[in-house]
Design a binder for this molecule. Structure first.
Ligand SMILES: Cc1cc2nc3c(=O)[nH]c(=O)nc-3n(C[C@H](O)[C@H](O)[C@H](O)COP(=O)(O)OP(=O)(O)OC[C@H]3O[C@@H](n4cnc5c(N)ncnc54)[C@H](O)[C@@H]3O)c2cc1C
Length: 376
């Protein structure tokens, strides 16, 4: 059999890491991406240790800032947990910095990445697949991977008539990034009705001269409100919330407000349920397109692990058995992580100071019982 030409839809973590892994096995592939450019407001993300191990395998490190501990603050109470893993450590990194590394590696391997190609329709034939963009360009190949994220077009193609799998999670995700030399370990602050995280995230992008710090929070609101919210509205809400923050966190927030180059990223957050069909004869899903879960600190590692498993399927035989095995094993893991993330994200912060205090006592007790060890 001739080596397949694999068309990958989507230049996110799933699509680019898969392309890199395929190219490393001398399998021809082309990435088609809807976006014209990748710059603009970026946000920070945490990549778990398992994900970092795969980034190491595809020669993408160092990137971001290693995080070995999570500190939790509940007013006057605090608890601290460290990772069980010896190496590598989980990292906090900006999406842009990670993306730049992936693109650079893809370029060095000669992988064609076509931007501004928004896939509108697909045709699957005996001999291969044909993809057509909204501007009517076509690309053909032997196999196709849908790595086109939470609102996947490829998923819809494989599951016609299935009701949408994307559901609003109930809040706006907000991230702030500013330059900061200080080494800030990941710290989660709990206040009545709100939680705020902060951590160093390394350089926000390749040309940045200084490392950065990333601050994130969730603002509950309706989907309609989240769709209409403005930058000024988000800034005003953050300033209002900051009045209740501790002096150390307020002073970090003050840094954001003074930095003209600080980045504010915000948007409605969506969750979803995996579709019934992940594959057909020549098409298969990967990453959020296959298991559309929202933030849970695992989505990027899941995308990297999917890519590694799918690269094996493509390299060793795109058979029904192998595809079924891929859907079964990756689906199981996605379900476990997804359900845990949904529980965590649905849990609202305690509404009162007493609620925060009690949560602090519970976390302090678990710090003592576990001797401060946590699976990160
Ligand atoms: C607010 C928020 C915070 C998060 N925080 C974390 C975190 O801290 N840690 C973590 O591990 N995960 C986190 N996640 C989840 C993580 O971002 C995703 O799981 C991960 O990015 C999935 O990667 P992907 O490549 O599958 O999809 P994506 O990154 O969404 O990439 C899909 C790509 O496909 C392109 N595309 C879409 N449609 C088309 C089309 N029709 N034609 C061509 N191209 C198309 C898109 O432009 C995009 O580039 C977070 C998610 C959210 C929403």
């Amino acid at each position: 059999m001739h080596s397949p030409k694999v068309i990958i839809i989507g230049a996110g973590v799933a699509g680019l890491s898969l392309a890199i892994m395929l190219a490393e096995q001398n399998i021809d592939c082309q990435v088609l991406e809807a976006r014209e450019r990748f710059d603009g407001p970026t946000s920070g993300v945490r990549v778990s240790a398992e994900g970092v191990a795969i980034l190491n395998l595809i020669k993408l490190t160092p990137v971001g800032e290693a995080t070995k501990r999570v500190d939790m603050r509940f007013g006057c109470l605090s608890a601290s947990f460290s990772a069980r893993e010896i190496a590598p450590s989980a990292i906090i990194v900006t999406r842009l910095a990670l993306h730049e590394k992936l693109m650079k590696r893809a370029q060095s391997l000669g992988i064609p990445v076509t931007t501004g190609f928004k896939v509108a329709s697909l045709t699957e034939r005996d001999g291969g697949v044909e993809v057509t963009s909204h501007s009517r360009e076509t690309v053909t190949g032997t196999l196709l991977v849908g790595a086109d994220g939470v609102g996947s077009t490829v998923r819809q193609f494989l599951n016609p008539g299935q009701s949408p799998t994307k559901t609003y999670a109930g809040y706006l995700g907000v991230g702030l990034i500013t330059r900061d030399d200080a080494n800030v370990e990941m710290t989660l602050y709990h206040y009545p009705g709100q939680q705020v995280g902060i951590a160093s995230c390394g350089k926000a992008h390749e040309t940045a001269t200084k490392p950065s710090v990333f601050l994130w929070t969730h603002i509950p609101m309706s989907e309609a409100e989240a769709g209409l919210v403005t930058r000024a509205g988000v800034e005003a809400e953050l300033a209002r919330r900051a009045e209740r923050w501790s002096p150390e966190l307020r002073s970090k927030f003050g840094q954001f407000t003074k930095d003209a180059d600080a980045i504010l990223a915000y948007g409605p957050v969506y969750n979803g349920t995996p579709p019934v069909r992940w594959f057909s004869d020549r098409i298969i899903l990967c990453g959020d397109a296959a298991h559309p879960y929202g933030p849970g600190g695992q989505g990027i590692s899941m995308a990297l692990k999917d890519a590694r498993a799918l690269c094996d399927v493509i390299a060793h035989g795109f058979t029904e058995n192998n595809k079924e095995g891929f859907q079964r094993t990756r689906g199981q893991e996605a379900r476990i992580f997804g359900e845990a993330a949904e529980k965590r994200n649905a849990r609202t912060a305690p509404p009162t100071q007493w609620g925060v205090f009690i949560e602090g006592i519970v976390m302090k007790a678990s710090e003592i019982i576990t001797r401060g060890k946590l699976m990160l």
